[in-house]
Ligand binder design. Structure first.
Ligand SMILES: [Zn+2]
Length: 417
């Protein structure tokens, strides 16, 4: 076990160091065709500092879980909670959950403040810290509510079906993912921002142009909303969200303020591409498959762990099992990240192709990519390893390349009109 832990630590540090300090001459050379050396270096420095903060957070989270699972700490905490609740099982599970949630929030708080101060120092936001703290408290509240539902549901299944819990858990996770996607734009996101239909904003005159794209794509887009993202920072973005009746495309006010209508059109067409290809439904379907495999592996480990190791679980529904479940979840997330991100990059390429097909504005597409990269301080010369491990979107240079290829294959701008 000690050898396994030591190997894990060495691997973690090797990945961390390479991801921070690795350098690709080829990526820089390709970026130089579209960006100045100053922009490439400036954005790379921002990415390096951001990643260092990320690794610090990951180190704290994993380190804490290793302590809970591989020393006597986790068992002692669970036994303490058992004593405090008078031996009642479900209250003990909830108390162990509250302990972990509070401890993790406390440990991560300095890193989150660091991220906020870092954004401020780099000019990504100018909001006061009190304002940020209010949003931070709200997000903790949302996480606690969702966490409590998942915790109680999962442990009830572990208790009722100690050997077969993974089957109903997969069905429940899938139903929960659908419910979450459904309520996200109408219940959760409005806690943090105001969303207004575009026809009721100062950008109403753009709506017919957007409707034209939607008509060309042949999809039923009910709502295009504008979010007051400028409240949080200077970031520009757009996204497709919701499920069934709550599906919508959301555009940041920063985007509408600073990008040309043609550039916004290409970004909107990209979001329509996600809609057209049913990426949310496909994402949930794939996650369900992943959850089935993941739960089955966890079920075997939980049965194997009975009476073993420092946690010495009495049964799979032992409240101390929560620490092992969280450890396995975090490790599983790391292992699944390259696959998840590869699927996400594939979806993004499909949406980019859709944008070029429906907006027919490759030059505006390229201009928007360059502007997004500059304004959002995106690393335009990323290491291939970091793209593989972390990137949910293809590198900016690849997306520009796609637009240039499309241009070559579809004649001049005049031919296309
Ligand atoms: Zn996208």
């Amino acid at each position: 076990m000690r050898f396994g832990l030591l190997s894990g630590c060495i691997l973690f540090f090797a990945v961390c160091c390479y991801s921070l300090f690795g350098h690709s001459e080829e990526a820089v050379r390709r970026a130089e065709a579209h960006f100045t050396a100053d922009t490439i270096a400036h954005n790379a420095q921002f990415a390096l500092e951001r990643r260092a903060l990320f690794w610090a957070g990951a180190f704290v989270e994993l380190g804490f879980l290793v302590l809970l699972v591989f020393t006597k700490l986790g068992r002692r905490i669970a036994d303490g909670c058992h004593y405090l609740t008078g031996g009642l099982w479900l209250p003990t599970v909830l108390l162990v959950g509250v302990y972990y949630f509070a401890a993790e929030a406390l440990l991560r708080f300095p890193m989150n403040v660091g991220r906020f101060l870092h954004s401020t120092a780099w000019g990504m936001t100018s909001r006061p810290i009190e304002d940020w703290l209010v949003d931070y408290a709200k997000s903790l509240g949302v996480s606690a509510a969702i966490g409590a539902i998942v915790l109680v549901g999962l442990f009830l299944l572990l208790r009722w079906l100690p050997c077969l819990w993974w089957l109903p858990a997969t069905a429940a996770a899938s139903a929960l993912a659908v419910a979450y996607a459904f309520v996200l734009p109408v219940v959760i996101e409005p806690i943090f921002n105001t969303f207004t239909p575009i026809e009721r904003t100062q950008w109403a005159s753009l709506e017919p142009r957007f409707r034209d794209i939607v008509r060309r794509a042949g999809v039923e887009v009910d709502e295009v909303m504008v979010v007051d993202a400028s409240r949080q920072g200077h970031h520009s973005n757009a996204y497709f969200t919701g499920f069934g009746a709550t599906r919508r495309i959301v555009l940041y006010d920063n985007l509408l303020n600073r990008f040309t209508p043609s550039e916004v059109e290409t970004i909107l067409a990209h979001e329509v591409g996600h809609w057209y290809h049913d990426h949310i439904v496909l994402g949930i379907a794939m996650a369900t498959g992943g959850a089935l495999v993941g739960f089955l592996v966890v079920a075997c480990i939980l049965l194997w762990a009975r009476g073993r190791g420092r946690l010495s679980l009495a049964c799979p529904s032992d409240p101390a099992a929560l620490f092992l479940l969280l450890f396995l979840y975090v490790v599983g997330q790391w292992l699944a990240a390259p696959v998840q991100n590869a699927v996400s990059r594939h979806f993004e390429r499909q949406a980019d192709a859709a944008s070029l097909k429906w907006a027919k504005e490759p030059d505006a597409f390229i201009a928007a990519e360059i502007r997004l990269a500059k304004e959002n301080l995106i690393n335009v010369a990323p290491l291939h390893f970091n793209v593989w491990l972390f990137a949910s979107h293809p590198p900016v240079v690849d997306r520009i390349q796609m637009a240039n290829d499309w241009k070559k294959g579809n004649g001049t701008a005049d031919d296309r009109r």
